[in-house]
Design a protein around this ligand. Structure first.
Ligand SMILES: [Zn+2]
Length: 91
């Protein structure tokens, strides 16, 4: 695949760079919460492949506070429901 062979030409952290962009189709960000954001994977492994990304840059998830980790899991639970039953967005 082209994106694997050519690699990432973007400078800096692609996930932090996304956070600085305005919401829209170009960045695929679905939700911004206090500590994390939810983004559709540009190169999905399967339908509905989302990523929940902490706004704080870190090399290891052990660097995140319990508050950040809690929000990440809450968003994972919420978007799992959304993927299973998209109609809940309209209730
Ligand atoms: Zn980053």
């Amino acid at each position: 695949m082209k994106f694997i062979k050519e690699g990432n030409k973007e400078k800096g952290c692609i996930l932090c760079n996304l956070l600085d962009q305005e919401d829209g189709v170009q960045n695929l960000i679905l939700h911004r919460a206090a500590h994390c954001y939810v983004v559709m994977n540009k190169y999905p492994y399967n339908t509905g492949h989302l990523m929940i990304v902490p706004k704080e840059h870190a090399a290891n998830m052990t660097d995140f506070s319990a508050e950040v980790m809690g929000e990440m899991m809450t968003l994972a639970q919420l978007y799992n429901l959304v993927i299973e039953s998209p109609a809940i967005l309209f209730k």
